[in-house]
Design a protein around this ligand. Structure first.
Ligand SMILES: *[C@@H]1O[C@H](CO)[C@@H](O)[C@H](O)[C@H]1NC(C)=O
Ligand SMILES: *[C@@H]1O[C@H](CO)[C@@H](O)[C@H](O)[C@H]1NC(C)=O
Ligand SMILES: *[C@@H]1O[C@H](CO)[C@@H](O)[C@H](O)[C@H]1NC(C)=O
Ligand SMILES: *[C@@H]1O[C@H](CO)[C@@H](O)[C@H](O)[C@H]1NC(C)=O
Ligand SMILES: *[C@@H]1O[C@H](CO)[C@@H](O)[C@H](O)[C@H]1NC(C)=O
Ligand SMILES: *[C@@H]1O[C@H](CO)[C@@H](O)[C@H](O)[C@H]1NC(C)=O
Length: 537
């Protein structure tokens, strides 16, 4: 019996070496990369890439592999890269060249623009050597063509019956959204017939082999809601890894039906993204209730909120800084994604304050930033450090669901496990407002705001209050006793006697740090300082 058990254990250990489950991904933090835009080979012209031109700029799997320190040093534990399959290779189209990797021709071949099979394997191996995961974007719903009756001889599926016949999508009609063709008539996206058994067999065999050959840990699935839902359990079971789907829908009910045994492990959290835009962008409706309401809806409708993918930017939505110029708006909203339920995802360039609007302007090359150590990158690093520490040191932090403590027009206070987060949408200019909340903590509990390393005591009846008389800065409170060994605010090593209190502010002067951000200049902000947090009596 014992023999049998240890054999089982050995087998399951072997499996997890080559494929990561939803439960493992829950604990990760993802950096999203457009392969063509992350890094250039040595000696390349650093000034030649203009996103408006929709052309290849020169990033490859190799250049990602050679520049992983930037991502790992920021505390990320996984990357998500562009689709790896062969793309359209003909003349330039009205929408440029397929630098983004989404214009699939033959899914079963690799995209030679991004490197060789050995290069992709080397990237995967290097990530695993660093303890990081590889997520690959896959496009199953469609291929790409230039007309409605394409020559099929260069595709993985060469029989007309393996595609749905051409029809433009009638939005709001589910059958049409799933069977008609995305794209337009200049660049068509022929819809693969994922109900056809020969397609199902070929796709499942392909994904199984791809995942195994390159030790892929997880899949991001493009246009998932444009495929018949019952295709996904078969596909993802064959892949044997976590599958997170793009379901581009702000409605929680509509979107979350794609999460669960009947569909996918998880979806990218477009409903919460929309709520965060409603709540935090300046200018904007600044409707904080949208977030509270969405937390409640997700608790009710998600099969597991802690598996959803949280983001503020991606290749299809405008950069946050093009929606909202005040940097505090970005920082407060970003913290929501790390400190609430779900897997945080940062789209490359967000940490550099990029502000491209819609596609293609939101796909800027990263290298002109010189990979600078910006205020936002430092915040991301701190958030990853805290989140990784909480996951490592606490059995259930990541699976404990968020609870809203209070919410006003100006902000929200919530708790996940032991951590209390207070966020505001007032932006950088000071206002005579505050947010208070009752916590379960006894008034003897001392907490540290890990963003400023200031200590705060909890007031009577567990009350806390954050005042914004110096601007709308976020606050993340962790009980001091929970910070030992975290590497945060002077809590360096488990063996060192804890050094609470006297550590001061590792961020240094908030004025100095924030004034280095170009965005701060853009809005001509005057006063930045840590919020005063006082114990209410
Ligand atoms: C929905 O779309 C399908 C596929 O194009 C079509 O056959 C059907 O008539 C449409 N339904 C309605 C109500 O328009
Ligand atoms: C704010 O959001 C809530 C919840 O989504 C919604 O019910 C309400 O109508 C919104 N208020 C405004 C002014 O848009
Ligand atoms: C970025 O700057 C912060 C604050 O000065 C520093 O602690 C951190 O080590 C720097 N990170 C990198 C990658 O240089
Ligand atoms: C978490 O624990 C793992 C395994 O012990 C270790 O490799 C990793 O460095 C830890 N990460 C952090 C952020 O503490
Ligand atoms: C702030 O608001 C409170 C209550 O609305 C008021 O009593 C106080 O005088 C205000 N303080 C300032 C500096 O405006
Ligand atoms: C004490 O806190 C609880 C919530 O934790 C709240 O319901 C109650 O009203 C508070 N009592 C006082 C006196 O503030």
């Amino acid at each position: 019996m014992q023999h049998f058990l240890s054999l089982l254990l050995a087998v399951s250990l072997l499996t997890t070496t080559y494929a990561a489950t939803a439960d493992e991904w829950r604990k990760r933090s993802i950096y999203q990369i457009i392969t063509d835009r992350y890094a250039l080979p040595d000696g390349a012209d650093l000034t030649a890439c203009d996103p408006a031109k929709q052309a290849f700029c020169g990033g490859t799997w190799n250049t990602i592999k050679n520049n992983l320190d930037y991502i790992q040093d920021a505390g990320f534990t996984a990357i998500w890269i562009s689709p790896v399959s062969q793309n359209y290779e003909g003349p330039r189209t009205p929408y440029g060249d397929p630098y983004h990797g989404y214009w699939i021709s033959d899914a079963s071949k690799l995209n030679s623009r991004f490197g060789t099979a050995d290069d992709l394997k080397a990237l995967s191996d290097e990530l695993h050597a660093r303890g990081m995961f590889l997520m690959v974007d896959v496009v199953v719903n469609n291929v790409m063509a230039l007309d409605t009756d394409p020559d099929l001889s260069t595709y993985m599926f060469q029989d007309k019956s393996q595609y749905h016949p051409y029809c433009p999508i009638q939005w709001g009609n589910t059958t049409s959204e799933q069977n008609c063709w995305l794209g337009d008539t200049k660049v068509t996206l022929p819809d693969v017939n994922t109900q056809d058994p020969t397609v199902v067999t070929a796709y499942t065999a392909w994904i199984k082999a791809l995942v195994q050959q390159f030790n892929i840990d997880g899949l991001r699935i493009d246009a998932a809601k444009h495929v018949n839902m019952d295709f996904w359990p078969k596909f993802c079971e064959a892949a044997g890894v976590y599958c997170i789907g793009e379901v581009f829908d702000a409605d929680a009910g509509e979107a979350l039906q794609w999460q669960g045994k009947q569909a996918l492990d998880a979806i990218l959290n477009y409903p919460m993204y929309n709520a965060l835009v409603q709540a935090f962008t300046i200018p904007g409706p600044q409707n904080m209730s949208a977030v509270t309401d969405m937390i409640a809806q997700i608790k009710q409708k998600s099969s597991d909120p802690t598996l959803l993918g949280n983001f503020l930017e991606d290749q299809d939505v405008p950069r946050w800084a093009s929606l909202s110029v005040d940097p505090q708006s970005l920082w407060n909203a970003m913290i929501f994604n790390f400190m609430s339920d779900g897997i945080p995802i940062v789209y490359y360039g967000q940490e550099q304050g990029f502000n491209g609007n819609a596609d293609p302007m939101n796909r800027e090359p990263l290298w002109p930033s010189h990979y600078a150590n910006t205020t936002t990158l430092q915040l991301v690093t701190k958030l990853n450090t805290l989140r990784n520490f909480l996951i490592n040191s606490t059995e259930d932090w990541v699976t404990t669901q968020v609870q809203v403590l209070s919410q006003t027009d100006d902000g929200i206070a919530f708790m996940k496990g032991d951590v209390i987060t207070v966020l505001t949408n007032i932006g950088s200019p000071p206002q005579n407002v505050s947010i208070s909340a009752h916590t379960p903590y006894d008034n003897s509990v001392s907490t540290t705001d890990i963003l400023t390393c200031r200590q705060y005591a909890v007031g009577s009846n567990g009350s806390i209050e954050v005042e914004y008389s110096k601007g709308g800065v976020p606050v993340i409170l962790v009980p001091d006793t929970k910070l030992d060994n975290s590497g945060l605010c002077g809590h360096v090593q488990a063996s060192v006697v804890s050094q609470k209190g006297a550590q001061g502010n590792v961020n240094g002067d908030a004025n100095g740090a924030l004034s280095t951000t170009p965005l701060a200049f853009a809005v001509g902000l005057v006063t930045f300082a840590a919020a005063l947090l006082t114990a209410a009596l």
